[in-house]
Design a protein around this ligand. Structure first.
Ligand SMILES: NC(=O)c1ccc[n+]([C@@H]2O[C@H](COP(=O)([O-])OP(=O)(O)OC[C@H]3O[C@@H](n4cnc5c(N)ncnc54)[C@H](OP(=O)(O)O)[C@@H]3O)[C@@H](O)[C@H]2O)c1
Length: 143
């Protein structure tokens, strides 16, 4: 039970990999924060979890909302042991068919938003003597 009583924040927890991670960490006795844009879906995930679970919805592109989310998490738990940056989008199309706007949107959500949240969480982890940061990434394999 490596994550027993650890405070773990999972972004993109309303479906897919993030939702599955929430159940795994909860089974290990972690205290969770689950985030994404769709609050109703996050509530559904929370309803499947018996341990402590805080729902904090936000759009990770909205930097003010991210700041408020970090404040809310710290007010509730006082610390963050593990941050799992999982929120992201993917696109399956040939490079030649993919518009620049789509490239930009992917970078905004998967790259810049991840860096932004991580840098906002980092001071609290350092204050607490450390922490773990994970990133669920993707590869771009344009043909
Ligand atoms: N499944 C794969 O084969 C695969 C392969 C390589 C990489 N990945 C990466 O793994 C991560 C999870 O993917 P998945 O397959 O589990 O897909 P998914 O089910 O679509 O999950 C993506 C999650 O990100 C959230 N999200 C998207 N845009 C957001 C935004 N602007 N702000 C906040 N949350 C946002 C979504 O929730 P809301 O819609 O509620 O906001 C959702 O919970 C992604 O970063 C993806 O790029 C997946």
């Amino acid at each position: 039970m490596r994550f027993q009583d650890k405070t773990i924040w999972i972004t993109g927890a309303s479906s897919g990999i993030g939702e599955a991670l929430a159940y795994q960490f909860a089974a290990e006795g972690a205290k969770l924060i689950i985030s994404s844009r769709r609050e109703q879906e996050l509530q559904r995930v929370k309803d499947n979890i018996r341990s402590e679970c805080l729902v904090i919805p936000f759009d990770s592109k909205d930097f003010l909302a991210v700041e408020n989310a970090v404040t809310a998490v710290i007010e509730h738990y006082g610390k963050i042991d593990v941050l799992v940056n999982n929120a992201g989008i993917s696109q399956r199309s040939l490079a030649i068919d993919t518009q620049a706007l789509v490239d930009r949107e992917i970078m905004e959500i998967n790259y810049f938003a991840t860096i932004n949240l991580t840098k906002k969480v980092l001071p609290y982890m350092m204050q607490n003597g450390g922490g773990q940061i994970a990133v669920i990434s993707t590869r771009i394999s344009h043909k």
